[in-house]
Design a protein around this ligand. Structure first.
Ligand code: COA
Length: 259
């Protein structure tokens, strides 16, 4: 299947997905959002073990939702637009395979929200995050008000959302918005290193870990603990678990089968 605005390739069992509208700083128009959703459906069913999302070109990860399209929204279509974006980013957040945002420049508005919906974020030194919707008379509508407040802290998120001020890469690292900052030319290599490392683990446990950590986002802490215990017990019944613990005891490397 061919897409115009989202392209992907697979290396070492890792899919690299690129948002491909560099002349518009990879702004997310409706077509791009639909293609992104379709690409993730494809990746769910093929045998890649991890996904990296990045932006085409040197300048932007994604500079936000396409302002020429959102300009036409009204109350009714605005709600549908927001809900559709939330659905797609929820799909990414709940994806069973690890998803890493490799942020290579502007990650504004919907771009910041896309990065927030990924499981981990690596930023190049020139990355710039921000939720500038307030400057358009808007608020973030693809989950940003919720995810930013959870990931950094509610007071800081409030400030960034109310001022629309950009966050440079070092500041993003300091406040916990990104996992690490790397030199511009090393972004994809470092993201691949992380993806390949996770891909070498037992995939039953990888899936369970993503689900368990995400359950903290959807539930109260009490429900999160219950979910964690349930998923922990499911891992205990897997072949990967028996293999991983046996290999440790026998002082050898484990051979995981994903069962
Ligand atoms: N929606 C639609 N088009 C966008 C866009 C967006 N979110 N962000 C950038 N573009 C387009 C510009 O209109 C321009 O198109 P043109 O060449 O046809 O005029 C092109 O991308 C390059 O952007 P430009 O503004 O010229 O680049 P810059 O380096 O001067 O500025 C930004 C970069 C990111 C600071 C600036 O583009 C910007 O503020 N974008 C909007 C960010 C935003 O508010 N996002 C939230 C949207 S809800």
């Amino acid at each position: 299947m061919d897409f115009d605005n989202v392209v992907f390739e697979v290396n070492d069992n890792v899919a690299i997905v690129r948002i491909n509208r560099p002349d518009k700083l990879n702004a997310l128009n409706i077509q791009t959002m639909n293609e992104l959703r379709q690409v993730f459906s494809l990746l769910k069913h093929n045998d890649v073990a991890a996904v990296i999302i990045t932006g085409m070109g040197q300048k932007a990860f994604v500079a936000g939702a396409d302002i020429t399209e959102i300009n036409r929204l009204d109350e009714e279509t605005g709600r549908l637009f927001s809900e559709r974006g939330q659905d797609i980013f929820n799909y990414i957040e709940n994806f069973e395979k690890p998803v890493i945002a490799a942020v290579n420049g502007y990650a504004f508005g919907g771009g910041c929200e896309l990065a927030l919906s990924c499981h981990m974020r690596i930023a190049s030194e020139n990355a710039k995050f921000g939720q500038p919707e307030i400057n358009l008379g808007l608020i973030p509508g693809f989950g940003g008000t919720q995810r930013l407040a959870r990931l950094i802290n509610p007071g800081r998120a409030m400030e960034y959302i109310l001022t629309g001020e950009p966050i440079d890469a070092q500041e993003a690292y300091r406040i916990g918005l990104v996992n690490k900052v790397v030199p511009n030319g090393e972004l994809l290599d470092k993201s691949m290193e992380l993806a390949v490392k996770i891909a070498s683990k037992g995939q039953v446990a990888v899936r369970a870990a993503i689900k368990a950590v995400n359950s903290m986002l959807d539930h109260s802490q009490k429900e999160g603990f219950e979910e964690e215990a349930k998923l922990f017990s499911e891992c205990c019944s897997s072949e990967d678990f028996k293999e991983g613990t046996s290999a440790f005891i026998e002082k050898r490397k484990p051979t995981f089968t994903g069962k």
